[in-house]
Write a protein that binds this ligand. Structure first.
Ligand code: MF3
Ligand code: CO
Length: 250
């Protein structure tokens, strides 16, 4: 069932998601060559807790950290480590969740480390554009498939591929609620979108082939061909006005 949030619940969701947005901005200040992903995780966790929230991911199905930090060919769920040092030219996605007053927030941003190749900048730009084209479709009366279609169409037009194994999701009292928000799909397909729905839209887009594989830690997802992967995520509210409200922004 897709749960429609009440005004009171939306107010709490605004707060949790705002904390996530601020955490990503805070972590972003520390991203530079030489920094370990473990250090960034600590910055993120401290900031989340300073807001009176709890990291949503910590201990989620046994996940051992507060953030997911995924470098280059790591698609998602990179586990922060003292052995992972950012270097010039890397791209690094930071995925953050925060839980407060019974509600979650969820957002991801892919940062550049130092000087990044123009081709890689294009991958990032296209993935971010795709996220916003998807968000544009998050309007009452549209269907869920319209979101995935907009994302897929934009990325494939540029020669990139869409990861299919992981998807976006509803957000609320649980980090992952119905519906699954695919980053591919058919226009006009799937459930009707209604005001009060809160969705995390999160395209994961590869420069090479779409296939992914899991590392032995059972978390880290990498591209099978070693190609670079970008990931952006916003949690949004479908409104009566027709204009989606991005909750993970300020
Ligand atoms: N934002 C990610 C997602 O929506 C993070 C989940 S990672 C986990 O799936 F550690 F919490 F599992
Ligand atoms: Co998510």
């Amino acid at each position: 069932m897709i749960y429609l949030k009440t005004d009171e619940e939306i107010e709490l969701l605004r707060e949790s998601n705002l904390i996530v947005a601020r955490t990503l901005a805070e972590v972003g200040k520390y991203i530079q060559p030489g920094v370990t992903t473990k250090y960034l995780d600590q910055i993120g966790e401290d900031y989340i807790r300073s807001c009176g929230a709890v990291p949503s991911f910590l201990n989620y199905s046994g996940y051992p950290a507060s953030l997911c930090i995924s470098i280059n060919d790591v698609v998602v769920h990179g586990i922060p480590s003292v052995n992972q040092v950012l270097k010039d030219g890397d791209i690094v996605s930071v995925d953050c969740g925060a839980y407060k007053n019974g509600f979650h927030g969820d957002s991801t941003y892919t940062f550049r480390v130092g000087d990044v190749d123009e081709k890689v900048v294009s991958l990032l730009r296209t993935t971010k554009e795709a996220l916003y084209l998807g968000i544009e479709q998050a309007v009452e009366g549209h269907r869920l498939g319209d979101i995935g279609h907009a994302i897929q169409n934009h990325c494939q037009k540029r020669g990139y591929t869409v990861v299919r194994e992981m998807v976006g999701h509803g957000v609320g009292r649980h980090l992952h609620e119905e519906p699954e928000v695919c980053n591919f799909g058919k226009r006009g397909s799937g459930p009707m979108l209604k005001s009060g729905m809160v969705l995390a839209i999160e395209p994961m887009i590869n420069m090479g082939r779409a296939d992914v594989e899991w590392l032995d830690d059972d978390w880290t997802v990498v591209t099978e061909d070693g190609s670079l992967s970008a990931h952006y995520e916003n949690t949004i509210l479908i409104t009566e006005s027709g204009e989606p409200e991005i909750l993970t922004m300020y």
